[in-house]
Design a protein around this ligand. Structure first.
Ligand code: COA
Length: 251
């Protein structure tokens, strides 16, 4: 459900579950994490482009998987048992410049993944949202720190507490993405940027990225802390009730 391809130093990761708006399953997290790990020791990979099949980037974690985890996990769940944690730590350790091409919905981890990318191209009319609280959940992927740091506390509260969707245009205005274009031009624009990066002196590029990166040790700790709270809340009656809204939204 993720297609990996390589050409001229560019590794493309294309989410391929369009019928479910590319919602992330356990296998998808693990496959992405494995590719990211491999890319670290492969100097021929000069840039990574995260993109998607269909009209949407990613509608977040698979809701069915959430429901299954909520039922099966113990009272004090260990985040290390769950696939997303592997991808999130691999993203923090990633040294290869990473780009994303976003159109349609980017929800939950579909948005917080972008905080770990270096360059993001967004459709002007994309719909980005982190409805964690509405689902009885809490922020993940380091977003509880990265969002206030990068966008300011007011905007972070709007995204993480209010959970209201924002457009690609607004994502550009707050600094969440680098460029906004029409939806039909997103892949092309992101590919152009990715190819530019892939042609640059690779060692200087990786070293420069490392200098830009937040403290990895702190981020790892934060991600673990967030996920511990996240999985505890996933098991709560409050979350179960909120999730029902999604499962029962269609007759
Ligand atoms: N997990 C599993 N399937 C999902 C999904 C998710 N996170 N998000 C969307 N889908 C599926 C829907 O079940 C539907 O499939 P179906 O037709 O087989 O039932 C398909 O993708 C299209 O979604 P739909 O809800 O019909 O589209 P919409 O345009 O009315 O709404 C969203 C789009 C993104 C607002 C809505 O799908 C949604 O809220 N998804 C959940 C997002 C979310 O909360 N993710 C987790 C964040 S922590």
């Amino acid at each position: 459900m993720i297609q990996f391809s390589r050409e001229d130093g560019l590794l493309q990761m294309r989410l391929q579950r369009p019928d479910k708006m590319n919602a992330m399953t356990g296998d998808m997290y693990l496959a992405m994490a494995e590719q990211l790990l491999q890319a670290q020791s492969d100097e021929s990979v000069r840039a990574i482009l995260l993109c998607s099949e269909g009209d949407h980037f990613c509608a977040g974690n698979d809701m069915g998987d959430f429901a299954r985890i909520a039922k099966s996990a113990g009272d004090d769940p260990d985040p290390a048992e769950f696939p997303p944690v592997h991808l999130l730590h691999a993203l923090v350790d990633n040294q290869v410049p990473m780009l994303a091409a976003v159109r349609g919905n980017a929800v939950g981890i579909g948005l917080t993944l972008l905080l770990h990318c270096d360059l993001v191209v967004c459709a002007r009319d994309a719909r980005l949202q982190t409805p964690f609280v509405d689902l009885g959940l809490v922020p993940e992927a380091g977003s509880s720190r990265l969002m206030p740091q990068r966008f300011g506390r007011a905007v972070a509260s709007e995204l993480l507490l209010l959970g209201a969707p924002i457009s690609g245009q607004r994502a550009y205005e707050i600094g969440l993405c680098n460029r906004v274009v029409d939806a039909a031009e997103v892949d092309e624009a992101a590919l152009g940027m990715a190819r530019l990066l892939a042609q640059k002196p690779p060692q200087a590029l990786r070293a420069s990225r490392a200098l830009l990166q937040e403290d990895a040790g702190e981020l790892h700790q934060l991600i673990d802390r967030e996920l511990k709270v996240f999985f505890r809340h996933l098991k709560s009656p409050e979350s179960a009730r909120s999730m029902q809204t999604f499962f029962q939204r269609k007759p």
